[in-house]
Design a binder for this molecule. Structure first.
Ligand code: HEM
Length: 162
């Protein structure tokens, strides 16, 4: 891990970003927050729907706007996060919150990849009538999603306090 961190810290990207001036880190942090709020705002609505809230609203009406918004938020958070990390990567060596956060992000992405392959999700996303058992399957993926992204946010916030 230390080797990867040393490589990132001494990369051309890190050197370029550090040379841009004193506002760079703050602006990256701002982009990170905009990414996180877009991602989590979208995910919260979608997951609560998967958990069974707002039964009068068809799932497809929430899936259409929230999925692209969550994808946009994630890409922005990931790019800005890697850039922030490159500023002084080795300072994060041994930071348990970072070491929990990164694998949990992978878990959150795996959850997204799996749910999109499920027949229950495909029916919901196409606006088709759900079958018995769909609600239970979608609710379990929705709760895992909430748990993973809340863990990522909590660990992200705690990184600086270690
Ligand atoms: C590859 C992906 C990511 C990397 C490399 C990354 C890296 C970072 C770094 C370096 C910090 C600054 C820590 C500090 O010194 O205080 C940070 C903060 C934070 N990150 Fe990430 N992050 C990533 C994705 C995410 C995602 C997807 C979320 C949320 C869903 C998230 C949530 C947070 C939060 C809440 C903070 C604290 C922000 C603040 O208090 O200003 N991060 N992240």
């Amino acid at each position: 891990m230390l080797e990867v961190m040393t490589w990132l810290e001494s990369s051309a990207l890190a050197g370029f970003l550090r040379g841009l001036g004193i506002w760079t880190y703050g602006l990256l942090n701002l982009a990170h927050i905009i990414g996180i709020s877009s991602l989590f705002g979208a995910v919260l609505l979608l997951d609560l729907k998967l958990l069974g809230l707002w039964r009068s609203i068809p799932a497809v009406s929430l899936i259409r706007p929230t999925v692209p918004l969550a994808a946009f938020g994630f890409v922005l958070a990931a790019i800005s996060g890697i850039m922030m990390l490159s500023f002084n990567t080795t300072e994060y060596h041994g930071n348990p919150f970072l070491y929990i956060k990164l694998p949990v992000i992978v878990l959150g992405l795996l959850n997204v990849a799996i749910i999109q392959r499920l027949a229950a999700w495909r029916r919901a996303a196409a606006g088709l009538r759900s079958e018995p058992g769909d609600q239970r399957i979608l609710a379990s993926f929705g709760s895992l999603s909430l748990l993973t992204w809340l863990t990522v946010i909590s660990c992200g916030r705690m990184i600086g306090y270690w």
